[in-house]
Design a protein around this ligand. Structure first.
Ligand code: FAD
Length: 401
């Protein structure tokens, strides 16, 4: 019988989220002898998003193989992996309310790592009008349908339209095709972008979802301004990802206004002592290998914390300007190690200028010999960090064409 009184438990490190970031953190922590390292994963199986990416490229592996390898590494290192277990809220600064199949628990830890990933923005938030017919899916819902029903065309649809400009649209097209569902078109709002399986309508916008009961078509305005109806019974919206930050927010962990993920420094420390964050929770989707690398990096900072390193002051805030959409981490300590920043532009930029200013001072300016795309981040070592004034104002990072 399930207990209604929470079972009180204590661990050394509690990792929330068993995706690539959480599993990589847990593997390194357990291998380094951090004590009891427990990973909570709300799904039936750990591994995170890659579990559903049968055709993805994850450092030479398929998504499921990448997920299995990450699970194996964490378990072999001695981490305790608990599936079907959700962290639902906070009972104190380093104590989480947890719902497990056996009942409620209250787990207190010496350090908490939040690695809850990202989720797709719902259609309502994308302001697409229409009468909410059936047949409107996100990438995640498409993946879940495939997982639940297998590649059965009758459960997914007979003719689909995919909306999105980044590589995740490619995943959706491949999944639909494997399910035997023809794709009428990919509607890509940007006039440029990665290669997508055709036909692709670049620079086009979805005006309305048409249909009562079931979707019967998507009204689209093309790059030439003309409108037309694409007949379909399924539309998959892809690529509009937000950090899954509800748990962080409910614990009073301050968010970065540009990324909507927890505000972190180079050690992936949040502004709440003892609470760390890693992976897509920080800013939305990056490749799985990036999330796993952040998991390993956060483990090093957790180990220092467990060894008694003082929690640093907030440090300097990094702000975005010009065509720079987001950057992580969003805080730095000039006296500490210079972090490598992940910069994501708003638009395509050919050989852009990267400029870093603090107050009236120019800290760095360089034309980058690269093509930047809005679906891909640039890694930039913040070599200028030691020149920033720890007592000065925010550091403003700008990308301009
Ligand atoms: C459609 C798609 C295709 C992709 N293809 C590729 C690719 O080909 N190659 C590549 O390198 N990358 C790809 N990626 C990106 C890659 O999957 C992600 O970068 C990676 O999964 C991020 O890892 P994460 O651990 O941060 O988050 P996630 O993988 O999202 O894992 C977070 C985990 O936390 C769990 N969780 C959340 N909240 C709670 C809670 N309160 N309690 C307990 N558990 C919780 C979730 O269930 C989830 O399992 C793709 C992403 C998508 C969406």
């Amino acid at each position: 019988m399930k207990s209604v009184h929470p079972v009180e438990r204590t661990v050394d490190v509690l990792v929330v989220g068993g995706g690539p970031a959480g599993l990589a953190a847990a593997a390194r922590l357990a291998a380094a002898g951090a004590g009891r390292v427990e990973v909570l994963e709300r799904e039936r199986a750990a591994g995170g998003v890659p579990r559903h990416c049968a055709r993805g490229g994850f450092g030479g592996l398929t998504g499921p193989a990448f997920a299995r390898r990450a699970v194996r590494a964490a378990v072999r290192a001695g981490a305790v992996l608990r599936t079907g277990v959700s962290a639902t809220g906070w009972a104190g600064p380093l104590a989480l309310e947890v719902t497990a199949p056996t009942g409620l628990e209250r787990i207190t830890a010496r350090a908490v790592v939040l690695a809850t990933g990202a989720r797709e923005r719902p259609r309502s938030a994308r302001l697409v009008p229409g009468s909410r017919p059936a047949g409107v899916l996100s990438t995640g819902e498409l993946q879940q349908s495939v997982e639940l029903f297998g590649l059965r065309r009758e459960r997914i649809g007979r003719r689909a339209v995919v909306v999105g400009s980044d590589p995740i649209a490619r995943h959706a097209v491949r999944t639909l095709r494997r399910a035997g569902v023809p794709v009428a078109a990919v509607v890509a709002d940007r006039p440029y972008g990665p290669r997508l399986p055709g036909p692709v309508l670049r620079g086009a916008t979805v005006l309305e979802l048409v249909g009562r009961g079931r979707l019967s078509g998507v009204l689209v305005r093309g790059a030439d301004g003309r409108t037309g109806l694409l007949r379909c019974d399924t539309v998959v919206f892809t690529g509009d990802w937000l950090p899954d930050h509800e748990l962080a927010r409910s614990g009073g962990v301050p968010l970065d206004p540009a990324t909507r993920g927890p505000s972190v420094d180079g050690g992936l420390r949040t502004l709440v002592p003892g609470v760390f964050a890693a992976g897509n929770l920080l800013r939305g989707v990056e490749p799985g290998t990036v999330a796993a690398a952040e998991g390993r990096a956060v483990a090093d900072a957790v180990l220092a914390h467990l060894a008694g390193a003082p929690w640093p002051a907030p440090g300097l805030t990094l702000e975005t300007a010009g065509a720079l959409r987001r950057l992580t981490p969003g805080r730095l300590h000039p006296a500490g190690p210079a972090p490598t920043l992940l910069l994501r532009p708003e638009v395509r930029l050919v050989r852009p200028i990267l400029m870093v200013r603090q107050d009236a001072r120019l800290l760095y300016e360089r034309r980058l010999p690269v093509l930047l795309e809005p679906h891909r981040s640039l890694r930039h070592p913040a070599v200028w960090a030691p020149d920033a004034d720890a007592a000065g104002g925010p550091v403003v990072v700008t990308l301009t064409p």
